[in-house]
Design a binder for this molecule. Structure first.
Ligand SMILES: Cc1cc2nc3c(=O)[nH]c(=O)nc-3n(C[C@H](O)[C@H](O)[C@H](O)COP(=O)(O)OP(=O)(O)OC[C@H]3O[C@@H](n4cnc5c(N)ncnc54)[C@H](O)[C@@H]3O)c2cc1C
Length: 400
C-alpha cells in the first residue's frame, strides 16, 4: 500500500516506520526545511518503548537517553518528599519495557535516521500540505507549492494546528488551557549543588508545578515548569522567555529548581502556552485519518502526548495491513481501537492539573497526605495505579 503522511514530528516519523515494518511504501511530507527541535526533554514511557522494541529501535533510542532510577513527588518550596518509589527495574519487570528520558532532538534524530536507513527518499522536506482529495482509488494531496501526490491513504500527523484536520472537520481554534510551560535545559556540570536526583521528580505548588529529570546519559538537566494564568500573554505558543520571568514564576522554590533555571542558556529558554481542543467527533474521512496531536492534543501532565502518537502509529499500520476490506473500514477500525484509551489519557492529564496545583493547606493535606502514606506503606499501590497506562502493549492483539 502507498501511504502518504503529513508531518515529520514524532507521530509522522513513527507512523512511517510502523508502515514500513508492515511492508508498506511511505512518503512523509514535512513543511520545515530541516528537522530541528526545540531544546527540551521528553519522557518515553514503557507503553511507547514497546512499539520501538517491536520495530527494533530500542538501541538507537536509548543510546542518548537517560533511565531514571526512581519516581518521586516533592513539595516545590520546601522540597519535602511526598513519595519516592523505584522506577528503572520496576518498569522493565512489571510494565515490560524501560522508562526513558530523552532530548527531543535526540528522539527525532533516532527516528529520522532509522527512516533514512530503511527508505532513503521517504522524507520530503520543504513540503507543506495545502489540501487533500478523496478519489475512487485512494487520495490525492496538493502541496502549497502546487505539487500533487497520490496514494492509497493519507495520515494527518501534522500537529495541533493540523491542515488535514481543518479540511476534514472545518476551521476551529485550539483552546488555551490556562497554563503556560517553561521548558529549560541546562548542562549538569554547570549546576551547583544540590543537583536534580536521577529521578522523574514532580514538584507541587499552589497554581503551578515543575518536573525535573536528566537527559542525554545524565549530561543535561531538564525542567518543565507549568504555571496557571488567565491568558497566554504573548503571541505565539512557543516564545523565548527571560530567566528573570521564570525565576519570578518560581520565586522561593527549592534551590534545585532555581539553580536549574539560573544555569540555562538564556537564548534557549522557552515559554509555551498550552493548548488543547475538545475531543473530535471523528478522526477519519474516507481514505484519510488523523494521528497524534492532530487528532487528540492533550495537556502534558501525564507525559503521554507523544506516547499516544506512537501507539496510534502501530495501530494504524496494523489495521491497514488487514487484507480484504476497504481502506476506509480499516481507518475506522483504527479510530475505534484508539478512541477510548486516548480519551482516558486526555482526561487523566487534565485531572493531574488539580492534583499538582493544590492551593490551600487543607487541599494539599487531603491530596498529598494519602500519597505520602501510600508511598511509605504500600508503594505497590502507587505503581499499580499506573498499570493501565504503562503496562499496556499496543503491539499485542489484546493490549497486554
Ligand atoms: C511542555 C510539554 C511537555 C511534554 N512532555 C511530553 C512527554 O514527556 N512525553 C510525551 O509523550 N509527550 C509530551 N508532550 C507532548 C508531545 O510533545 C506531543 O504530543 C508530540 O510532540 C506530538 O507529536 P505529533 O507528531 O503528533 O505533532 P508535532 O510534534 O506537532 O509534529 C507535527 C509536524 O507536522 C509538521 N506540519 C504541520 N503542518 C504541516 C503541513 N501543513 N504540511 C507538512 N507538515 C506540517 C510540523 O512542522 C511538525 O514537524 C509534551 C508537550 C509539551 C507542550
Amino acid at each position: 500500500m502507498k501511504v502518504l503522511i503529513a508531518g515529520g514530528g514524532i507521530g509522522g516519523l513513527t507512523a512511517a516506520l510502523c508502515c514500513l515494518h508492515f511492508g508498506h511504501d511511505v512518503t512523509v511530507f514535512e513543511q520545515a526545511a530541516d528537522l530541528t527541535e526545540t531544546g527540551a526533554g521528553l519522557q518515553i514511557p514503557p507503553n511507547a518503548m514497546k512499539v520501538f522494541e517491536a520495530l527494533g529501535l530500542s538501541t538507537p533510542i536509548s543510546a542518548n537517553a537517560f533511565q531514571p532510577e526512581f519516581i518521586e513527588a516533592r513539595m516545590g518550596i520546601t522540597g519535602r518528599a511526598i513519595f519516592s518509589i523505584p522506577l528503572a527495574q520496576y518498569a522493565i519487570d512489571n510494565w515490560g519495557a524501560p522508562y526513558l528520558h530523552i532530548h527531543r532532538a535526540d528522539y527525532i534524530k533516532a527516528l529520522s535516521q532509522a527512516l533514512q536507513q530503511q527508505a532513503a527518499s521517504a522524507l520530503q522536506l520543504n513540503s507543506k500540505i495545502a489540501s487533500y482529495q478523496n478519489t475512487d482509488h485512494g487520495v490525492t494531496l496538493t502541496l502549497k507549492d502546487g505539487r500533487e501526490f497520490s496514494g492509497d491513504l493519507l495520515i494527518g500527523a501534522d500537529g495541533i494546528k493540523s491542515e488535514v484536520r481543518t479540511q476534514m472537520l472545518g476551521p476551529d481554534s485550539p483552546r488555551f488551557t490556562g497554563n503556560i510551560a517553561w521548558r529549560i535545559v541546562a548542562p549538569v556540570q554547570e549546576l551547583r549543588e544540590p543537583t536534580p536526583n536521577p529521578s522523574a521528580c514532580v514538584w507541587m505548588g499552589p497554581g503551578r508545578h515543575g518536573v525535573t529529570y536528566l537527559l542525554r546519559r545524565g549530561e543535561l538537566a531538564n525542567f518543565v515548569g507549568v504555571v496557571e494564568q488567565p491568558s497566554p500573554l504573548k503571541e505565539g505558543w512557543q516564545v523565548k522567555g527571560r530567566p528573570a520571568e521564570a525565576l519570578k514564576d518560581f520565586k522561593g522554590w527549592h534551590p534545585i529548581v532555581r539553580k536549574l533555571i539560573e544555569a540555562a542558556d538564556p537564548d534557549n529558554l522557552y515559554r509555551w502556552a498550552l493548548f488543547d481542543r475538545p475531543p473530535l467527533t471523528s478522526w477519519v474521512d474516507g481514505q484519510v485519518a488523523l494521528l497524534g496531536d492532530a487528532a487528540h492534543p492533550m495537556l502534558p501532565f501525564l507525559a503521554q502526548g507523544a506516547a499516544m502518537a506512537v501507539e496510534d502509529s502501530w495501530t494504524i499500520a496494523r489495521e491497514i495491513s488487514e487484507k480484504g476490506r476497504p481502506i476506509a473500514t480499516s481507518l475506522h477500525a483504527y479510530e475505534k481501537r484508539r478512541y477510548a484509551r486516548v480519551l482516558k489519557v486526555q482526561n487523566q492529564s487534565r485531572a493531574n492539573m488539580t492534583t499538582f496545583h493544590r492551593r490551600t493547606k487543607l487541599g494539599q493535606l487531603g491530596t498529598y497526605g494519602p500519597m505520602w502514606l501510600a508511598g511509605r506503606l504500600l508503594p505497590t499501590v502507587v505503581h499499580r495505579r499506573m498499570d493501565w497506562l504503562y503496562g499496556y502493549d499496543v503491539t499485542r492483539p489484546d493490549g497486554y
